[in-house]
Design a protein around this ligand. Sequence first.
Ligand code: DQA
Length: 138
Amino acid sequence: MNIVIINGPNLNLLGKREPEIYGNTTFEDFLHELKVKFPAVNLHYFQSNIEGEIIDKIQEYGFDCDGIILNAAAYTHTSVGIGDAVKAIKTPVVEVHISNTFSRENFRHQSYISSNVKGVIVGFGLKSYELALYSFLG
Ligand code: DQA
């Protein structure tokens, strides 16, 4: 099974960035744990701070892998382009957020992605990604 995790802007700073919201673990360390825990899954990873690069990756993986776990970070709340890319592809997408976006500022309550995904997992810290992975394992 081929699954890709796509992370958006500023998520390269996990571990350093606002640890009271996003925790102290780097994504690389977490990804390593995830790969050890799910050896049967071929887990790919991509992070970018650039909207167009995220769209390119969604298109690239969107027709020939089994699932996309997408945390578009701030672009979730602003990007019609990423929302359209998710709508255009065949691969099912699970939207994840580390923090509970609904308990934060109003602008984080809006998502241009949610209406076109299989499901949304919000607010469980890095465990949100693991729960998303379970959802693809059925
Ligand atoms: C986030 C929530 C977004 O509102 C924010 O812009 C992020 C991270 C999360 O995972 O909690 O960068 O997607």
